[in-house]
Ligand binder design. Sequence first.
Ligand code: NAP
Length: 259
Amino acid sequence: MKIVVIGGTGLIGSKLVKKLREHGHEAVAASPNTGVNSVTGEGLANALKGASVVVDVTNSPSWEDAAVLKFFETSTRNLLAYEAAAGVGHHVALSVVGTERLLDSGFFRAKLAQENLIKASSIPYTIVRATQFFEFVKSIGDLSTDGNKVRMPSALIQPMAADDVASAVARIATSSPVKGTVEIGGPEKFHLDELIRLDLAARKDPREVITDPQGRYYGIKVTERALVPDDNAQLGETHFKDWLNQSTKQAAKPALQSA
Ligand SMILES: NC(=O)c1ccc[n+]([C@@H]2O[C@H](COP(=O)([O-])OP(=O)(O)OC[C@H]3O[C@@H](n4cnc5c(N)ncnc54)[C@H](OP(=O)(O)O)[C@@H]3O)[C@@H](O)[C@H]2O)c1
């Protein structure tokens, strides 16, 4: 099956392309780096020729409110129009669990706009809503840092490994369209403050995490369960502490080698 991965050079996209190829599919990594731009339309018609499935795992280069909305609206409109012309039978898009509960953020308003365009289109689709990637946890702490203090609420979060996200998206992309939304998440729930403390400690980062009910996730206030998926979410297998162990060991390697 020919599967075009828009954003196929990104964190999830590159893992997804590799997994699809391992399963014998013709997976095309499409992004500006490979001459395909979903915002301008450059290279799209050619990339989509003969494709059965298109997976959208793009992200906007800018997260500023107006720019991110323009990116997801323009890109999604283009993709759906080019897919209709090419006879693509399944549009898969990666979104975020709890998007409608996070609309104080321009980023999530843009993701909701993306989902709504997909739902209104004639292309059979599956929207995959994932929880936060383990790889993104460090940025969550960085975004709430003031000096050497990180102010975090204790709301729940159920993060997952990017590798498990890619496996789930690969499974969904090679199945029939759900014509709806599927949620995926990690195997365990944490409190946000506790998660950031674990992450900083493993990285020997001296910043102190202050538990603060007024603290922000990604610049916005979140309720206790805003970030967690429903009970019927498909769960990844990788545990945060194992991943953290592995990734901090890998990060330490070049330093040891050059010592
Ligand atoms: N971070 C999280 O915790 C999280 C959680 C749930 C869902 N998500 C969603 O997952 C998706 C993928 O995230 P990611 O971290 O894998 O993204 P990423 O690593 O930032 O990769 C973004 C990809 O988008 C491509 N791209 C940018 N502009 C493009 C354009 N005009 N046309 C085509 N491709 C373009 C980039 O291509 P180049 O390499 O050529 O620039 C790159 O391949 C996002 O939509 C995000 O909302 C994220």
